[in-house]
Design a protein around this ligand. Structure first.
Ligand SMILES: C/C(=C\CNc1ncnc2c1ncn2[C@@H]1O[C@H](COP(=O)(O)O)[C@@H](O)[C@H]1O)CO
Length: 242
């Protein structure tokens, strides 16, 4: 066994991990089964294809804002009504509206955008149970991988408006706030819509996360909470002004 580095693309291998054959050998040698097709490195091509599809579909979208929130909101809830209004007002302010393309809050924002005559985008995700794109999506892209889809939300929107939601919504919100904190995105408004719902979480953020020194005052300020869809859109618009 040798301690010398064995370079396989970006990967360095040493000791017992140094392979006995090279990539070229394995490529050119005869294969008697198709197992290699199902390995992770092969999957990278699919992942790459999803990025290409997404970038291609959204390249000419123009200014857009993503709206997130629970997939389980029903159309009779006040949050759903706010979702419709925020979708409409975003279009009136000159934005396309991007959602996860599913039911609940996503459907509400797409509905508002469509009814206002704007561009209504749904970035769907393959799930073990079929939900499909909601009927108010005019430009839809379906993804296999959550992380590819999440890149599209951040890359093609100028900010997020976040309605009440569960784990999926919190995941999208906290990814964005981390990207803002680490300056991977700059000038990225994050507006939480629904004071009663979000206040206990903001109390935790301020009381515990800030209180224990895990985040800074500036980080707390990254999350703005409002009750009124009009105010939510105003905050998004103002963040864009020079
Ligand atoms: C669970 C139900 C439908 C699932 N369908 C979804 N379609 C598209 N996107 C979804 C779906 N579920 C979650 N998401 C993503 O997460 C966010 C909402 O998650 P939450 O846990 O409900 O807050 C949402 O913004 C999507 O991006 C019901 O039939």
């Amino acid at each position: 066994m040798t301690d010398e580095d064995y370079q396989r693309g970006a990967t360095t291998l040493r000791g017992k991990l140094v392979p006995r054959t090279t990539t070229d050998q394995r490529l050119l040698d005869e294969h008697t089964d198709a197992d290699w097709l199902h390995t992770d490195p092969w999957r990278v091509l699919r992942i790459q294809a999803e990025f290409v599809e997404g970038f291609g579909a959204l390249a000419e979208l123009g200014p857009a804002v993503a709206v997130f929130g629970s997939a389980r909101l029903t159309s009779d809830s006040e949050h759903y009504a706010r979702g419709v209004e925020v979708g409409r007002r975003l279009v009136e302010a000159g934005y396309a509206v991007i959602t996860g393309g599913g039911p609940g809050a996503m459907e509400a924002a797409n509905k508002g955008a469509r009814e206002a005559g704007g561009t209504s985008v749904g970035l769907g995700i393959e799930l073990p149970f079929e939900t499909g794109l909601n009927r108010y999506v005019d430009l839809g892209v379906n993804f296999r991988y959550f992380f590819v889809r999440k890149t599209m939300f951040v890359k093609y929107s100028q900010g997020y408006v976040v309605l009440p939601g569960g784990f999926g919504t919190l995941d999208e919100l906290f990814e964005a706030v981390t990207l803002a904190q680490t300056q991977k995105v700059t000038s990225f408004p994050l507006v939480l819509l629904g004071r009663d719902f979000w206040t206990p979480m903001l109390d935790f953020v301020r009381g515990t996360l800030l209180g224990e020194g895990m985040i800074s005052e500036r980080d707390v300020e990254r999350l703005q909470v409002v009750d009124d869809p009009e105010e939510a859109v105003r905050l998004v618009v103002e963040a864009r002004l020079p």
